[in-house]
Design a protein around this ligand. Structure first.
Ligand code: ZN
Length: 698
């Protein structure tokens, strides 16, 4: 009876997935004035750490206007829409209107649970709506750290009260509104339930992150306290025998709970403000269990049994044995980020090797030129190696997950190749996910388009909260540090303060990147002190488009690096040129990167891209929109064409456009115009576009 019921429930889930699959969602150098040693990053103490928000301020012609829109408009837009103030648009509603109630107010669910409602069979939106609310709070928290906004903070405080009221209605402090309102007997997917659908643990993980990020942004502990109560309950319920064998049905909680662990390790006095005992080591053990129990379904005698999941949720074999990154691309990249974070925390070689294998496979064989991930629409999965069709699915959330993963890999190994791929994400598949106006969003980001439009809202609005999470995090990732080295990872106008070797130092970075290649970094230590500044040299700037040669390009021009106007040999090791000297007030580093447009071709194994080129300038990938290029579908690029670059202030928020020669269907020479991929669809939503263009060698 039970198993028939379970089968019925699973069949329903599978049917739901089937129906709505579109959804789911540096040698010694000669210098006249002084000595500089450029050295390898290999000898460095690892890992490296991103900066705290309080230590970095962004003032950048490209990013600052975007941060302003995201913090003052997008945050409110996403919260309002999560409150059901905007109906999903029909063509993008993945769940049929008849299956979901019309007003999908995520916060109404919390209110119902707070009122004591249970098993009412009424829940608004999808099971992961709680998680989306928490994710939006996390993203907004990080943006608040850089851009204080009392109205936004008050709004979040109001939501937190409603979340806490819902949690307080449960004697265990358990909170997942879907399970409570629809299937309370199936907590954690027990009794025929399925955490993969219910998202008990995913939502809990997002609550943990929201609690930690909101506390770090505001010093307020209420949401953190709610997260700790839930973490406490989780640690009582699952883990090694005799506890339950439960793993998250969606990656993400691993890194989230690790953040709670790290917060209490860093601030042990915070424990006394919690109403439940906090032993942070239990959290770390839980994180490791969640990772190591994947692919391990129980003991041979049947005890501690768990129903196996599949590669969809990276549960097909033990994680440390998995050779490739598989399954649902958002789940996989968020799990990978958690595995990397655990490798950093524990130094465990197995975690490090697994993370490295995942990353090499992802970035070296499965990544799209825009940083997109997850080629296959069905189950939103990674495709096979070198399966890189132009019409690929490429959910915004998956590129963002890959961005978080790449940044975390750089913390682990201090190798600029990871930030190359992080940068590929942020200037391309991340930015394309949101309109320039900040209130329309893409779910899918294929490299060829005809009719796909950003929506105001979606039945599965998972991408906007993920966009806010990465948007909020970017300032932290501009720089990194360890005991002796400052790393300049991103070229974004900003000021940062570091403590290094007992000295405080300030860096002021000025740049017009990505439209111009010159970046100036002024160094101001409180006293003259010897340390290293490691400047990232992007792979593409040295003729290495991708670390595994998934893509190739040649760049015209050379990298130039100077300190106080004296040249520094700019050959990088591990993606950085490390400049070690006694830094004094007024020292200036000048980096000039070759931004001339380059033709990118894909690896021979990428069948879909044979005979085609893409155009890139710096980190920005370009596309042709039919609006500028009538008859685009038949364009054949003249292989010998020169590219003309112009900055257009009034176009699409201010962009470089690239013009060149192509032949149209009749063979007539035409001038094409390319704009950044991220800016597509902002003049005429749904306008046809292409990113890979057939090339003629005549
Ligand atoms: Zn998404």
């Amino acid at each position: 009876m039970e198993s028939r019921k379970a089968k019925g429930f699973l069949t329903k889930i599978m049917l739901f997935h089937k129906l709505f699959r579109g959804l789911l969602c540096g040698g010694k150098l000669t210098c006249l004035s002084f000595q500089i040693w450029a050295q390898s990053a290999e000898s460095k103490a690892l890992p490296i750490h991103p900066l705290r928000f309080s230590d970095v301020r962004v003032e950048d012609s490209f990013w600052s206007p975007k941060f302003k829109i995201w913090s003052s408009k997008t945050t409110f837009d996403v919260f309002d829409k999560l409150e059901g103030k905007h109906e999903p648009e029909p063509p993008d509603v993945i769940a049929g209107k008849e299956k979901l109630p019309p007003a999908r107010n995520a916060f109404q669910n919390f209110d119902w649970v707070a009122e004591g409602k249970k098993n009412t069979q009424t829940h608004l939106g999808l099971p992961w709506y709680d998680g989306l609310a928490y994710e939006t709070i996390r993203g907004a928290s990080d943006l608040l750290s850089e851009y204080p906004n009392k109205a936004l903070e008050n709004k979040i405080d109001g939501y937190i009260e409603r979340i806490i009221a819902a949690q307080n209605a449960d004697p265990d402090s358990y909170i997942n509104t879907y399970t409570t309102l629809i299937c309370p007997a199936r907590r954690w997917g027990a009794n025929g339930g399925n955490d993969r659908w219910q998202h008990d643990l995913y939502n809990a993980g997002m609550l943990m992150e929201a609690g930690v990020h909101y506390y770090r942004a505001t010093g307020k502990i209420k949401l953190l306290h709610a997260a700790v109560k839930m973490s406490h309950y989780i640690c009582k319920e699952m883990g090694q025998l005799p506890k339950k064998n439960v793993i998250p049905g969606h990656g993400g909680p691993e890194e989230a709970l690790l953040k709670v662990y790290q917060l209490f390790k860093e601030q042990p006095r915070l424990k006394s403000k919690m109403s439940v005992p906090v032993n942070e080591n239990d959290y770390l053990a839980m994180v490791k269990f969640w990772i190591e129990a994947r692919g391990n379904y129980g003991e041979k005698d049947g005890s501690h049994a768990r129903k196996s999941d599949s590669s969809y949720n990276q549960d097909h074999e033990p994680v440390f044995q998995q050779q490739t990154i598989e399954g649902h691309a958002v789940r996989a990249t968020l799990l990978a980020t958690g595995i990397t974070a655990t490798a950093i925390e524990t130094g465990d070689r197995r975690y490090r090797q697994t993370a490295g294998r995942y990353w090499n496979n992802m970035a070296g064989k499965r990544m799209f030129i825009t940083g997109g991930q997850g080629a296959v629409a069905k189950d939103e999965r990674f495709g096979e190696d070198y399966f890189l069709p132009e019409s690929a699915y490429l959910e915004t959330c998956a590129a963002i997950g890959a961005g978080f993963f790449s940044e975390k890999m750089n913390e682990l190994e201090a190798n600029g190749k990871y930030m190359d791929e992080f940068e590929r994400v942020i200037y391309n598949n991340f930015l394309s996910g949101i309109s320039l106006g900040g209130d329309h969003y893409f779910y899918e980001n294929p490299l060829i388009g005809n009719g796909n439009k950003r929506w105001a809202w979606h039945g599965c609005p998972c991408c906007p909260p993920m966009i806010l999470k990465l948007a909020g995090a970017i300032p932290q990732y501009i720089y990194a540090y360890d005991e002796q080295h400052l790393y300049v990872n991103l070229f974004i106008g900003s000021e940062a303060t570091f403590k290094i070797g007992g000295t405080e130092a300030r860096l002021k970075q000025e740049t017009n990147y990505p439209w111009q290649g010159l970046t100036t970094i002024r160094v101001t230590p409180t006293r003259t002190a010897k340390f290293s500044i490691c400047v990232r040299i992007p792979g593409w700037a040295e003729g290495k488009e991708n670390p595994s040669d998934l893509y190739y390009s040649k760049v015209k021009g050379k990298v130039s690096l100077k300190v106080n106007a004296a040249p520094v040999a700019a050959s990088s090791k591990n993606g950085y040129v490390s400049i070690t000297r006694a830094w004094k007030k007024g020292d200036v580093i000048e980096l000039n990167l070759p931004m001339e447009p380059r033709r990118v071709v894909a690896h021979d194994f990428a069948e879909a891209l044979k005979g085609k080129v893409a155009i890139a300038s710096g980190p920005v990938i370009y596309s042709l929109e039919e609006l500028d290029n009538p008859g685009l579908k038949d364009y054949v690029l003249n292989a010998k064409t020169a590219f003309k670059v112009q900055y257009q202030q009034g176009q699409l928020g201010g962009i470089n456009v690239i013009d060149g020669e192509a032949a149209d269907a009749s063979g007539k020479q035409v001038i094409f115009r390319a704009i950044p991929f991220y800016a597509l669809g902002n003049r005429q939503p749904g306008a046809p576009y292409k990113t890979w263009i057939q090339v003629s060698h005549k």
